[in-house]
Design a protein around this ligand. Sequence first.
Ligand code: ADP
Ligand code: ADP
Length: 223
Amino acid sequence: MLRAESITLTYDGVTPVHALTDIDLTVGYGERIALIGPSGAGKSSLLNVLGLLEVPSAGEYWVDGQPTASASEKTRAQLRSSTFGFIFQAFHLLDRRSVLENVKLGLFFTEVPQREWNDRAAQALESVGLTHRMHTPARLLSGGERQRAAIARAVVHSPSVLMADEPTGNLDSRNSARVLELLAALHRDGGAQVIVTHDEDVAAQMDRAIVVFDGAVRCEPAH
Ligand code: ADP
Ligand code: ADP
């Protein structure tokens, strides 16, 4: 479903940073993958390339067979919003907006007709157990609730690939466990999940853990 070949990512600047070097990687339909490795190794950079948030400096990257490296930004943006859902460690909610409005934002750049937004958002909130908080301003949510609202926003357009960058990084163990359960429950048949994590409990639940080290994929231990 996702295939990267000889991907390199260099951040331009006074001193260019070679974040990823010559990465080969495939993610199959239905697979759940953990990206692990030390801080600064390139995990987030790799996730961002895989999620079409960063354009690789060299190499090719296919999403569902479609080459993306030299695609236009418009094509990449369409493919990004139709294929991927994103969850981050910092939840990125709009504090003054209601939980429902926050989740509806996940539909803004998709093809889902606007008349369906309310129902879709309400369904997503039900799937994460937040129906009772629908009309609450996001700033009033607890930490665990914030991440669940962010998850609802990430899955509201039914993406085939769910990307998560340290989704349990800001949560206590009880809320982490709940988020893990949710990620497992939200895994779609034939879809994929790619999760950056420091948490060994999270990695252990995935089909495969990929070690990122010094901008390279060092090994792919079988599960
Ligand atoms: P990880 O997620 O494993 O901690 P990152 O992908 O965040 O690693 O970072 C890999 C390297 O790229 C680090 O040296 C980091 O400082 C650098 N880096 C990340 N993002 C940027 C950026 N936007 N501009 C410049 N350098 C960056
Ligand atoms: P956190 O997710 O930060 O640990 P809690 O799980 O303690 O916070 O509570 C999250 C929200 O769920 C709160 O708004 C609380 O009112 C509500 N809540 C907690 N337990 C129940 C319950 N058994 N039934 C209904 N609502 C609950």
